[in-house]
Design a protein around this ligand. Structure first.
Ligand code: 5GP
Ligand code: 5GP
Ligand code: 5GP
Length: 208
């Protein structure tokens, strides 16, 4: 063979706004390590194909093993907090992300490299700072979808995708931000394909 089959074309690097996870009908639980910072948190680094499809749960023989990332756990607790109930330290979320998504890029990024790549991306890409510098604050106010996208595009050079959800009063709000990354897990690229889903043209940015 003249190539190594890798089974995906790029990553979505997905961050979630905790205020928008928690103010929904489903509500949330803080991790056992305490209330997360008022900042975006990592959701995952997801292998994806250019046609919009994606692989999942690629290698049951290589399950999540926290002992492989023991040196990263304090960064994980800070930057990749879990908000699902019941409360736990984060292991359930990290394990789900590795097993579902991480195993599909294991030929390029082993467990340690996978989690370190996501942490490094987040720490080099301060989305909250980028938005705040453009006057977009998590203050419960309403902001145009285009102003949010333009602020991020101006700062990072690539167009993000915004996922919205609905708060418990029915308002469309900023829930997740998708940035596309090349198969090395370290370089931001223009998205080959965008996810689907609707936002209003003006969306709320709740506090946390
Ligand atoms: P939802 O159905 O809530 O949008 O997504 C549920 C889960 O499916 C996500 O947490 C993620 O694991 C996976 N998923 C949804 N959309 C995409 C996508 O476009 N690409 C990839 N790689 N995974 C996705
Ligand atoms: P996905 O399949 O969409 O990549 O991940 C969603 C899964 O992770 C769900 O089973 C969800 O319960 C769990 N999970 C644990 N903590 C969180 C969290 O903070 N945010 C989200 N979106 N899902 C979480
Ligand atoms: P356009 O490509 O003209 O910017 O947008 C086409 C459609 O996609 C419009 O309905 C627009 O509201 C929607 N759209 C554009 N960017 C995003 C985004 O980042 N997230 C979501 N959910 N919809 C978007």
């Amino acid at each position: 063979l003249f190539f190594v089959a890798q089974g995906f074309d790029f990553f979505y690097f997905v961050q979630q706004w905790p205020g928008s996870y928690c103010d929904t009908d489903q509500s949330c639980c803080y991790p056992t390590t305490g209330k997360p910072a008022s900042d975006f948190g990592i959701h995952g680094l997801w292998p994806n194909n250019n046609d919009g499809s994606y692989p999942s749960n690629c290698d049951p023989s290589n399950p999540f093993d926290q002992s492989k990332i023991s040196d990263l756990v304090s960064r994980m607790q800070q930057n990749w907090p879990t908000l699902a109930c019941p409360s736990n330290s984060g292991t359930t979320f990290w394990s789900h992300e590795w097993d579902k998504h991480g195993t599909c890029s294991e030929s390029i990024l082993d467990q340690h490299s996978y989690f370190k790549s996501a942490l490094d991306l987040k720490e080099n890409l301060d989305l909250l700072q980028i938005l705040q510098s453009a006057g977009i604050q998590p203050d419960g106010g309403s902001y145009s979808l285009s102003s949010i996208k333009n602020a991020i595009k101006s700062a990072i050079g690539s167009t993000p995708w915004i996922e919205c959800n609905t708060d418990n009063s029915g308002n469309s709000q900023l829930y997740q931000i998708y940035i596309c990354v090349d198969t090395s897990g370290s370089n931001i690229i223009e998205c080959p394909v965008t996810p689907t889903g609707k936002c209003s043209s003006n969306i709320q940015f709740p506090s946390f």
